[in-house]
Design a protein around this ligand. Structure first.
Ligand SMILES: C[S@@+](CC[C@H](N)C(=O)[O-])C[C@H]1O[C@@H](n2cnc3c(N)ncnc32)[C@H](O)[C@@H]1O
Length: 263
């Protein structure tokens, strides 16, 4: 699969990752929620777990709270690093759009900085909802097209946002919320990502940050989800993989799998 090859090349150059501070604050947030509700019984899944840094932090701070931690990745290079970082976690090579787990299996599902890179984010969102328990929570980190750094980039270079990945998509705070809610997730809260940078508080919230969505599964009809067309801007496809099975025309429309294809 070409996306896997491209991500393997990226992870070989250097594992894509965030700061240790980010992973430990995210782990605290997850564990605070799970500790209250399902102490010792909770199952966690990190979809697009990369080098396993979040899994490592969650295990380090909450091994007694969790029954098991799972990670899924499209890149085997990233999974090798994840095995080093979090040897206790159960790791699987796979695609976020087709998760190999039963319905309602996880108390906490995490997808940080990945959904915007999926070939089919709508299917990815439905899969997050499917594998999450009804009383569970999914955390999804997504990039803001009008993030302050992106605005500076446009001012200085004339180019829009770019995270230099195989497929990049950007949307506003509410456009992403609409995508999640059209795909069986009910958004409970939206928090600014990277609040560590104090100067961002001087800017309007919708421009200063990328956003962390916390959501729970909602019940919705497949037909309704397919009917909704969503404006997600800035689809960029790496030219080296254009011959692959990628969506043809930006802006990205929803691609719905028939229900029987969803595992
Ligand atoms: C920006 S990295 C973030 C990694 C990790 N979530 C973290 O925060 O460290 C994006 C990750 O998504 C993975 N990815 C991209 N498309 C995917 C897909 N369709 N299914 C599963 N993983 C995918 C990539 O291999 C990469 O590791």
């Amino acid at each position: 699969m070409q996306v896997r090859v491209a991500y393997n090349a990226k992870h070989t150059a250097s594992i894509l990752r965030d700061s240790d501070r980010f992973y430990s604050s995210m782990a605290e947030k997850i564990l605070a929620r799970v500790r209250k509700e399902r102490h010792g019984q909770a199952q966690l899944l990190d979809v697009g777990c990369g080098g396993g840094y979040l899994l490592r932090e969650v295990v380090r701070h909450g091994s007694s709270v969790l029954k098991a931690t799972h990670g899924l990745e499209i890149s085997d290079m990233a999974l090798r690093e994840a095995r080093r970082q979090s040897p206790q976690s159960r790791l699987v090579l796979g695609q976020g759009e087709r998760l190999p787990y039963p319905q309602g299996h996880f108390d906490a599902v995490v997808c940080l900085g990945n959904l915007e890179h999926f070939m089919d984010p709508a299917a990815g969102a439905r899969e997050l909802a499917r594998v999450c328990r009804r009383d569970g929570v999914a955390w999804i980190l997504l990039p803001n097209s009008y993030y302050s750094g992106s605005l500076w980039r446009v001012i200085l270079t004339g180019y829009g946002p770019n995270h230099h990945q195989v497929i990049d998509r950007f949307a506003t705070i509410n456009e992403w919320r609409d995508l999640l809610e059209a795909n069986q997730l009910c958004v409970d809260s939206i928090e600014p990502y990277n609040r560590f940078k104090w100067w961002k508080r001087l800017l309007p919230r919708n421009l200063a940050y990328h956003f962390l969505y916390s959501a729970s599964p909602s019940i919705g009809s497949h037909q309704e989800n397919c009917a909704l067309d969503l404006k997600v801007q800035g689809v960029q496809v790496d030219s080296t993989i254009q011959s692959g099975p990628l969506p043809a025309d930006p802006p990205y429309g929803l691609h719905c799998l028939p229900p029987s294809d969803i595992p």
